[in-house]
Each structure stands twice: as C-alpha cells, then as structure tokens.
Design a protein around this ligand. Structure first.
Ligand code: NDP
Length: 249
C-alpha cells in the first residue's frame, strides 16, 4: 500500500500486539492512514490489511532500521511511541544486566531514536502530536522492578523534556501512564511463562488494550490548541504499582 501524501499519517510503534495494535485500529477508524512498525512483520501485515494501513518492519533498538522506516514516510502527523516492555523481576542486588540493556534499549533509546527521526516531519505537518506510552512505573518505584522503573522514568523524562524544547513549535505532547493492562506484556516479561503471566491479573479486572487506544483516540481528536500533558490510568482494582484489590475465588 502506498502512503498518499495528502492523508493524515499516524505512526504507531510496537503495533504487532496489545496497546499498539488496538491504537492502530482506533486511529484508522478516525480517518488516519496508520503506519505500523514492529519486528513481527507477519502480524503487522495482517493488521495493516484490515485497517487499510501500511506495515513496515521496525526494530527500535537498531539505528539503521529506524532510519529506513523514517525514510519512506512522506509525512507524519501523529507519532505513538508505544514499543517497549519489561524483562524479568529482580532485586538490584540480583539485577540481570542483559535484561536491563533490553529494557533501556527498547523503552528509552528506542523512543529517542524514533522521536528524533520523525520530529522534523511532525513539525512540518503544522499540527503534530507525539503520544508516549510510559507507565505508572514512570511515576513510582517498586521492589524487584528497577530495570523497568528506571527505564520508564528515563523514557518519561525524555518525553517531558520535549514539551519545553518544542514550545512555539506546532507539536503537542501527551504522556500516557497506564497501570495493569492485560496484553502480551507479562508473557514477554516472564519469557513466555503463561502461568506466571496469568498470576499478574488474577482476581482483578485489568485494563485492556482498547481502553488505552480509546484514550489515545480522544487525545488525537482534541483541537490543536489543547495539549493533554499527562494521563494516568489504572484499573479500579489498582491503587499503585504494587497495590491491588484481588478477589479470591
Ligand atoms: P505487548 O507485549 O503486547 O506489546 C509490545 C509491543 O512492542 C509489541 O508490538 C512488540 O512487537 C513491540 N516491540 C518490542 N520490542 C520492539 C523493538 N525492539 N522494536 C519494535 N517494536 C518492539 O505489550 P503492551 O501492549 O502492554 O505494551 C505497549 C507499551 O505499553 C510498552 O511500552 C509497555 O511498557 C507499556 N505499558 C504496558 C502496561 C501493561 O500493563 N501492559 C502498563 C504500562 C505501560 P514485536 O515483538 O513484534 O517487535
């Protein structure tokens, strides 16, 4: 599918599953031509076909991949920095350096690479929007989560810094910090261990990807003088990173 340069273009990273996929569908419904990027191209191609969008392979940890991705985009009106995730749960004393590298490369430097590459086009659009999916892990620390909480804090500060640096430019910046959303997130965190992943959501009604996608759709539909700076959203059953109300059956 070629990207017509007169359609408004929304780019969603990490759109092969979860929040990114749901967001791509929502923004397509709102009339954007949606360009979706992730490493699993087979999944992306299926989604792109369904939404009349464009699937492009993207590894946010790889500079060349990001450059190639950016080079084929004729214009960018909306960027959703969503690619990211967590690996493992470990104390600082037992931190796995490879897990930390993965989390920092994906969440922090990935967001930096993609944002840096697309900002000129967002500014040129005359009415750009950058939405970054951080987390409540960007707002608080929790035991055994430091690899992820430090990465999400850093990603969030990178995003918030842009709010000042881009003042006077036609680009809005919205940070969305979700609590527990049931996606492939925990499966990735626990290296495919479905039982461990299921435990995270046991006895609670978690958010689903569509809940976040609808918020992003709302943000993108505001008039261009309205900047929603930061949105924190949690399930009713969650009061903080480690504070859940769980029902036992
Ligand atoms: P998923 O695991 O379902 O989705 C993660 C997406 O990121 C996938 O599409 C994956 O695609 C993509 N991704 C991972 N690594 C890369 C990479 N190197 N390059 C490009 N894409 C990549 O989880 P969620 O939908 O839940 O996660 C989306 C975002 O929301 C993440 O930033 C996460 O940290 C954040 N978040 C999630 C919460 C939750 O509870 N689920 C809570 C708060 C924030 P592929 O593997 O095909 O590359």
């Amino acid at each position: 599918m070629t990207i017509s340069s007169d359609a408004r273009v929304a780019v969603v990273t990490g759109a092969s599953s979860g929040i990114g996929e749901a967001t791509a569908r929502t923004l397509a419904d709102q009339g954007f031509h949606v360009v979706i990027g992730a490493r699993r191209l087979d999944r992306l191609e299926k989604i792109a076909e369904e939404i009349g969008g464009t699937a492009l392979e993207l590894d946010v940890t790889d500079e060349d991949s990001v450059d190639a991705f950016a080079a084929v985009l004729p214009r960018v009106d909306v960027l959703v920095n969503n690619a990211g995730g967590a690996k493992g749960l470990a104390t600082v004393m037992e931190a796995d350096l490879d897990d930390w590298r993965w989390m920092w490369e994906t969440n922090v430097l990935g967001t930096l690479r993609v944002t840096k590459a697309l900002l000129p086009k967002l500014i040129d659009s005359g009415d750009g929007l950058v939405v970054t999916i951080t987390s409540i892990a960007a707002l608080e620390a929790y035991d055994n989560g430091s690899g992820y909480t430090t990465a999400k804090h850093a990603q969030a500060v990178l995003h918030r810094t842009l709010r000042g640096e881009l003042l006077g430019k036609p680009v809005r910046l919205t940070e969305i910090a979700p609590g527990a959303v049931e996606t492939e997130f925990s499966l990735v965190r626990f290296e495919g261990d479905q039982e461990k992943a299921d435990k995270v959501y046991e006895g609670i009604t978690p958010l689903v990807a569509q809940d976040i996608a609808e918020i992003i759709g709302f943000v993108a539909a505001r008039p261009s003088h309205v900047n929603l700076d930061q949105i924190v959203v949690r399930p009713r059953d969650q009061a903080g990173a480690g504070r859940f109300h769980r029902t036992t059956t």
